[in-house]
Ligand binder design. Structure first.
Ligand code: HSE
Length: 437
């Protein structure tokens, strides 16, 4: 409902679902920048109600005008609330609350990446049915503008590829393993102590968090329905300081990359640890920072960089979405859910994709070992680009190889044959390598 007050501004009422880290940041920004926002939009924003789990929790930044409730219905069905903001996370009950809010004629702002990645299409359909919008800039990349730039500023482009460091937890861990040579467990414990990693970080470490974000971004970039299950995912937990040191020697840093590409055959979608050439812009994204590197046919190379999580950075995106919703309300633009027009595109299985590989293996230090490995790779049309050899233990050599691009299926077949060579003790690790551009 649009109410115009004495200053000539309308008042827009907002209901928050959740008042944790991001919800509190949202309240802080709206309170701190109230006059500026009114000047920019012609509307005064008022958070009137917030859904919480505990009415009595100490909340240092609580605006006393906000009514706290344990029950979502007073928010979802309040005719005076124009915008419902989901900052509670999780699939359910958030999904049901958003559905109800849309059915009740509210616009929705959400920071919920799991929900948008898995059920975004269903929610867009509900939004369209009710002539309402869902805004979700905060669901990917925290404070870094990604969704709106891809949807609007880059809409003239055919996007060829997106490549991102879109998980702060893993980037923090890998950075500490690289810079301070901390082992994985120590780096993880430090990330948790600093609040960059959750107490249960498995979604981050296994690459699922990045895959959800990639599903959202790739859907927008390639105008496609992208299913999370079509994304190949690999964890960082097998990366060791030893791999990082060899990578450095060869001119690379190891990062967890989320990669989406489109070519004639379809989409290639994957999240895996990657050797990134030191001169690539993504190589200098450190610690908890995130970045997305994109190539468009007109704009060329472009990189977005910033904080991918945290209270105020994520709330910056939430409040931007609220302001966008307010502008659309004020201009009576009811629905612009352009995401509903996307088509399903074929996804190329990783086994049929071309990649470069780093391989670390241990072999008996005896004549002919190199030759036998090179012969197996050669027979499988796997061409080698770089080779390093060191002696680790008496009579044991550690060999590190980097291949040129090869079809993954051919590479893994060759690797199976290499494992069977008598002098090969084990394959210690295999990591993909980003092609130098
Ligand atoms: N857990 C995520 C990360 C932040 O480490 O980047 C929320 O998406």
């Amino acid at each position: 409902m649009k109410i115009v007050n004495i200053s000539g501004n309308s008042t827009i009422n907002i209901g928050l679902l959740g008042l944790g880290t991001v919800g509190t940041g949202t309240m802080q920004i709206i309170n701190a920048n109230r006059a500026d926002i009114a000047a920019k939009t012609g509307s005064e924003l008022r958070i009137t109600k917030a859904l919480v789990r505990d009415l009595h929790k100490q909340r240092p930044h609580l605006d006393p005008a906000v009514e706290l409730t344990l029950d979502p219905d007073p928010i979802l069905t309040d005719p005076d609330i124009d915008i419902v903001v989901d900052v509670m996370g999780g699939l359910e009950p958030a999904g049901q609350y958003i559905t109800t809010a849309l059915e009740q004629g509210k616009h929705v702002v959400t920071a919920n990446k799991d929900l948008m990645a898995l059920h975004g299409r269903r929610l867009f359909a509900v939004a369209q049915q009710h002539n309402r919008n869902i805004y979700y800039e905060a669901s990917v990349g925290g404070g870094i503008p990604l969704i709106r730039p891809i949807k609007h500023c880059l809409v003239a482009n055919k996007i060829k590829s997106i490549m991102g460091i879109i998980n702060g937890t893993t980037n923090y861990i890998l950075t500490q393993m690289t810079i301070a040579k901390k082992d994985f467990q120590d780096a993880l414990a430090e990330a948790q102590a600093k609040g960059f990693a959750e107490q249960d970080p498995s979604n981050d470490l296994e690459g699922r968090d990045a895959a959800y974000k990639l599903a959202i971004l790739a859907g927008l970039a390639f105008q496609s329905i992208v299913k999370v299950e079509d994304i190949s995912i690999e964890s960082i937990s097998d990366v060791s300081v030893r791999d990082i040191m060899y990578a450095e020697e060869l001119g690379f840093v190891i990062k967890l990359l989320a990669i989406g590409e489109e070519n004639r055959d379809g989409l290639k979608l994957r999240v895996h640890p990657t050797l990134v050439p030191k001169e690539h812009p993504l190589a200098s994204v450190h610690n908890e920072f995130n970045a997305l590197f994109l190539v468009g046919d007109s704009v060329g190379e472009l990189m977005f960089y910033g904080r991918g999580a945290g209270s105020l950075p994520t709330a910056s995106a939430v409040v931007a979405d609220i302001i966008e919703a307010v502008r659309n309300i004020n201009h009576e633009i009811e629905n612009h859910a352009i995401e509903t027009n996307y088509a399903a595109k074929p996804v190329v299985p990783l086994s049929q994709s071309q990649s470069r590989f780093y391989v670390r293996l241990k072999a008996k230090d005896q004549p002919g070992v190199f030759g036998s490995v090179a012969t197996v790779f050669g027979d499988a049309h796997v061409s080698l680009d770089m080779i390093l050899q060191t002696r680790r233990e008496v009579n044991l050599a550690e060999i590190v190889l980097v291949t040129h691009e090869v079809v993954e299926h051919d590479f893994y077949q060759a690797l199976e044959r290499i494992k069977k060579i008598d002098s090969i003790r084990n394959i210690s690790n295999v990591i993909r390598v980003l092609e130098r551009s």
